[in-house]
Design a protein around this ligand. Structure first.
Ligand code: GLA
Ligand code: ZN
Length: 666
């Protein structure tokens, strides 16, 4: 299905989710008036409106939505129109209780929340595609509708369902993937614990089992559940493409929530016309602005480097975490513009008007329950003006400095039970390496673990692989090609261990990466909680490591840069460098954090010939460039004014907690 150009009709977006069905009609006119006052250019409408649109099966109430879209259109506000398929109405579940998802433990979840969907259920599919069709027939050519918002955050709050309908669909999916039962038995390693299947019908989802369930079965189920949800997205999208030609279709991603593993956005990004993302700050004691930057970089990356849109973030506190502090003055704009710096074509919020009832009534909004006489409203209207002033940015692209491999599939595999240490955490390593690069003011482009052989070392002198536990054989050869042509590769422990079926690569660890790293690992020796070891560099440097140690046997041409100075693997290599062609592959065999990890990342950066800009910690410098010019975003998360040097040699001040956008003279 050809994708319409996502850009033609989209303004630089500023606005939020708009849920007028929660309010009497009198409020709608006030909403639109205040939206104009705030500089709102777009709203996401109707995301949860199914019950209001179709109060009884087949009986539609369009009047209210006609009115709302008309009001918005008259005010020049564009509509990102939702297909409400994340919340089928009560009557639907009454007629089709089987559409409610079942947990691993066999509990059927109930109606009364949202996202209660079995993605294999044919009645759900039929109802979802019907409401999508009638919506598209009615509004598909409405001039206000510039984007379609399908469903909401696929995979949240539940992705997988374990019902019998899913079991049958899983078997079909497995037939496609593995072709024969022999191949499936081989791929899943069913010879272990006598799990061999003699008939497809014997296969069930990885429901609750007495001991650990076959990891490959679990992994395939996660992939299957992802594919089922994606198929439902595609079914809606195709209807929209047909009935609403030229209007791009999206669904809001959550590429990097601090928790949870979500779906495989490399695959999802291929199906949408415009990548959009939701991002919320987590109050978990970590540096939230680093997580925000990571999420924005990752969203841009799944969008292929092209423009994307931040569809949701919060004006201030959310209400679903244990503690929900308010954002400090200026923090909202810093968040919003931080996303824009990293490629977002605007900044949208959940939500426009604070709800008076329901589960999210304490979630802050652009327009608070208390009205407009407050700091929140002043900051919202200021931000609206700022975003309007950035209209020229549209279509420019953010420039990444270094590359990092990100694989949802590997992360899922690594997170399964019974690994050498239960504290192994791929996401923790991704965050840690990202943070080290962030602290050097570098912008990261993420890459999937495929096609790396074509990566151009002059474009990306450094490629970081924080923890690619699962790696098909070809990945090693690809990385070797990148390195031999001059790239610098930095790989962290527990990478290249298994193939895509969670089967150990033959021979010594790290199977897929032995050649490029020029070493083998004789045995893993994970550390116990609280246990640390010292690592000593040949240059006299010393670091403290935890979580992991192992016995590394460097091969010919592989230089030991640092050793374990104590602990059970004392004397063995902890950091190595293997020269390959005109490049080098580094390997870090333990877990370093903070300044220690930064020091190792610095070694690799120096080897790659990258000199980071000189700026204080917690100041970002991100560049967007394109036909309309080059824009330099300086985002100052510190409590003091900072000075940034501009390309003409001059400098400019960025106020405490502020953001400045400098446009290069042309
Ligand atoms: C998610 C959802 C929204 C809202 C926000 C805030 O991103 O998409 O509907 O629930 O979280 O909690
Ligand atoms: Zn199901």
């Amino acid at each position: 299905m050809p994708s319409p150009a996502p850009h033609d009709r989209l303004p630089l977006a500023f606005g939020g989710d708009y849920n007028p069905e929660q309010w009497p009609q009198e409020v709608w006119e006030e909403d639109v008036r205040l939206m104009r006052e705030a500089g709102v250019t777009a709203v996401s409408l109707g995301v949860f409106s199914w019950a209001r649109l179709e109060p009884r099966p087949g009986e539609y109430d369009w009047e209210w939505l006609d009115k709302v879209i008309g009001l918005l259109h008259t005010a020049g506000i564009s509509v990102n129109l939702g297909t409400p398929t994340v919340v089928p109405p009560a009557w639907f579940y009454r007629a089709h209780p089987d559409a409610l998802p079942v947990t691993r433990e066999g509990v059927r979840l109930a109606f009364g929340s949202r996202g209660a969907i079995c993605h294999s259920n044919p009645d759900y599919r039929a109802a979802a595609t019907t409401i999508t069709r009638v919506l598209a027939e009615r509004y598909g050519n409405h001039p206000a509708v510039v984007l379609w918002h399908v469903h909401n955050e696929y995979g949240a709050p539940v992705l997988a369902c374990y019902c019998d309908v899913c079991a049958a669909a899983f078997r079909d999916w497995l037939r496609e993937r593995h072709d024969t039962l022999d191949a499936l038995n081989q791929a899943w390693g069913t010879a272990f614990w006598g799990q061999q299947y003699g008939d497809w019908e014997e296969i069930t989802p990885p429901r609750a089992t007495p001991s650990v369930c076959n990891p490959t079965q679990q992994l395939d189920y996660h992939r299957f559940a992802d594919a089922q949800a994606r198929a439902n997205f595609v079914a809606e999208r195709d209807i929209l493409h047909r009935l609403s030609p030229g209007v791009p279709v999206t669904t809001n991603f959550m590429v990097a929530p601090s928790q949870g593993q979500t779906v495989d956005y490399w695959a999802w990004a291929k199906e949408v016309d415009l990548v959009t993302n939701d991002h919320y700050l987590m109050t978990d004691g970590r540096r939230t602005h680093v997580n925000l930057a990571l999420a924005a970089d990752l969203t841009r990356s799944v969008a292929g480097g092209g423009p994307w849109l931040l569809l949701e973030h919060a004006t201030s506190g959310v209400n679903w975490q244990p503690y929900n502090p308010a954002k400090r003055p200026g923090e909202m704009a810093r968040n919003s513009l931080g996303h824009v710096a990293r490629g977002s074509e605007g900044a949208m919020f959940f939500q426009w008007r604070q709800s008076q009832s329901g589960a999210e009534k304490f979630h802050t909004a652009m327009l608070a329950n208390s009205g407009t006489e407050n700091r929140g409203w002043r900051e919202v209207t200021d931000l609206g003006r700022r975003i309007a002033g950035l209209a020229d940015l549209r279509g420019t692209r953010t420039r990444g400095d270094v590359a990092m491999v990100w694989s949802w599939d590997s992360w899922w595999a690594q997170s399964l039970e019974w690994r050498p240490s239960q504290d192994l955490d791929a996401r923790e390593r991704l965050d840690a390496f990202y943070e080290a690069l962030y602290d050097r003011h570098l912008t990261v482009d993420f890459l999937p673990p495929t096609g790396l052989g074509d990566l151009d070392p002059s474009r990306y002198p450094l490629l970081v692989v924080p923890q690619l536990y699962s790696a098909p054989v070809g990945v090693g050869a690809d990385l070797e090609r990148y390195v031999s042509r001059g790239g610098t590769l930095l790989v962290s422990f527990f990478s290249g261990i298994v193939d895509e079926n969670d089967t150990l690569h033959a021979g010594a660890y790290p199977g897929a990466l032995r050649d490029v790293l020029g070493l083998t690992v004789e045995e893993f020796d994970p550390l116990l909680p609280g246990e640390t070891v010292s690592v000593r560099g040949a240059d006299g440097s010393s670091y403290t490591a935890d979580l992991w140690s192992e016995v590394v046997l460097p091969g010919a041409g592989c230089e030991t840069v640092a050793v374990f100075a104590d602990g059970r693997t004392a004397g063995g290599a902890a950091l190595t460098r293997h020269a390959v062609g005109s490049g080098a592959a580094w390997y870090l065999a333990t877990r370093l954090t903070g300044a220690d990890l930064a020091a190792v990342v610095d070694l690799a950066l120096a080897d790659a010939g990258i000199t980071p800009v000189d700026l204080p910690r917690d100041v970002e410098l991100v560049v967007r460039e394109g036909e309309s010019g080059t824009f330099r975003f300086a985002v100052n998360h510190t409590g003091g004014e900072v000075k940034v040097v501009l390309p003409d040699g001059g400098w400019a001040a960025v106020p405490a907690g502020g953001v400045e956008v400098f446009r290069d003279p042309r």
